[in-house]
Design a protein around this ligand. Structure first.
Ligand code: ZN
Length: 48
């Protein structure tokens, strides 16, 4: 479960996600999340 780094709430919404593929590395999926509690935006890697 994704938690807000500011307030620790799990009430977060996935705003968008994209793939980050550094050269020579495995692509990683990253999501932009918005906390419904305090309104903070933060990025986090998404494990599948
Ligand atoms: Zn928060």
């Amino acid at each position: 479960m994704v938690k807000c780094p500011k307030c620790g709430s799990e009430n977060v919404e996935l705003v968008k996600s994209w793939e980050l593929a550094p050269r020579g590395r495995k692509p990683v999926k990253v999501g932009l999340f918005k906390c419904q509690q305090c309104g903070a935006f933060f990025r986090k890697g998404i494990k599948e």
